[in-house]
Design a protein around this ligand. Structure first.
Ligand SMILES: [Zn+2]
Length: 260
C-alpha cells in the first residue's frame, strides 16, 4: 500500500504519488469512495497508473468518469485501455468527440511525420459531453467546467474551489501548450483563456504538465504580452492574424524603394 499524499484536500496527482515523472499530469479527484481521473497519458503507462490507484487504496469500481482535458495523444492515448479496465464513462468537450472517435492521428498530434513521430491513437467515444458552465458532481464536490480554447479548440479546464485544473493553458515557467495550426490552435482564443484565468480569483493552477503552482499574475501578464506579440509574427504561420512586414513591403514596393 502507498500512503495517500493529497496535494490539496480531495486531489492527488499520480506522478507525485509515484515520486517520479511518468508523463503528463494525471489528477485523481476523490470524495469518499468516489473518484475520477483528469487525463490518463500514454497507453504504455496506463497499467502503472491503475496499479498506483490500487496501491493508494481506491476501489477501481469507484471511478465515476475519465476526463479528457483535450484531444492530444500525450494526454489521452491510453483512454481506450483505461476505460476497458475501469469501465467508467469518458468525459470531454464536443470539439474533441470526432477526432477521438476516429482516432485522428494528425489532430491528436499522434502523427508528426516530419519529426518521425508515428504513434498509435486507439479511438474511443466520449460518453459524456461537457461545455463551459457545466458542473461535474463527484460525491459532495462540484467541479465547474471551463472551456478554455487556444492550444486546441477542445481544451477544458476545471475549477474546484480555489483550484483550477488548467490544462495546457500555462505552466509554472510561463510556457504555454504548443501553438500549431494542425490541431486547432487559435492565438486570439488563447489570449481570452489566459485573461480569464488572470482575472479569476483561483489561487492555484494545476497544469497538465509539470508542477502545480500558485497563480501568479505577473507570470500571466508576461505570458499574455508574449502571446499578444505572436498575433503578428510569421513564426506562427497561419496561426498569426497578420504580418506587418508585408504591409510595409507593399508600401515600399509602391514607392520603388531601394535597399538602404
Ligand atoms: Zn495538448
Amino acid at each position: 500500500m502507498l500512503e495517500r499524499k493529497p496535494l490539496f484536500p480531495h486531489v492527488i496527482e499520480l506522478n507525485h504519488a509515484a515520486g517520479r515523472r511518468i508523463g503528463c499530469s494525471v489528477y485523481l479527484v476523490f470524495d469518499g469512495p468516489d473518484w475520477l481521473l483528469i487525463d490518463i497519458g500514454y497507453d504504455e503507462s496506463v497499467d502503472e497508473i491503475i496499479e498506483l490507484i490500487r496501491q493508494l487504496d481506491f476501489r477501481l469500481q469507484g471511478c465515476q468518469t475519465l476526463i479528457a482535458t483535450h484531444a492530444d495523444a500525450d494526454h489521452i492515448q491510453g483512454m481506450a485501455r483505461a476505460k476497458s479496465i475501469l469501465k467508467a464513462p469518458i468525459t470531454g468537450h464536443p470539439a474533441a468527440a470526432e477526432p477521438l472517435a476516429k482516432g485522428d492521428r494528425i489532430l491528436t498530434f499522434a502523427e508528426i511525420a516530419a519529426q518521425g513521430i508515428h504513434l498509435e491513437m486507439p479511438p474511443f467515444k466520449l460518453d459524456s459531453l461537457v461545455n463551459d458552465g457545466d458542473v461535474i458532481e463527484l460525491g459532495s464536490l462540484k467541479i465547474e467546467v471551463w472551456h478554455t480554447p487556444g492550444h486546441t479548440d477542445s481544451q477544458l479546464s476545471f475549477r474546484l474551489g480555489n483550484l483550477l485544473f488548467s490544462g495546457d493553458n500555462i505552466y509554472r515557467d510561463g510556457c504555454v501548450g504548443a501553438i500549431d495550426a494542425h490541431h486547432g490552435s487559435d492565438i486570439g482564443d488563447f489570449l481570452s483563456s489566459l485573461r480569464r484565468i488572470r482575472e479569476s480569483d483561483v489561487e492555484w493552477l494545476l497544469p497538465s504538465h509539470g508542477p502545480v503552482f500558485r497563480k501568479d499574475d505577473a507570470v500571466l501578464d508576461s505570458t499574455i504580452a508574449r502571446l499578444e506579440g505572436y498575433r503578428n509574427m510569421a513564426d506562427f504561420g497561419t496561426c498569426a492574424t497578420g504580418w506587418p512586414l508585408m504591409e510595409e513591403w507593399d508600401r515600399e514596393l509602391a514607392q520603388q524603394k531601394m535597399p538602404c
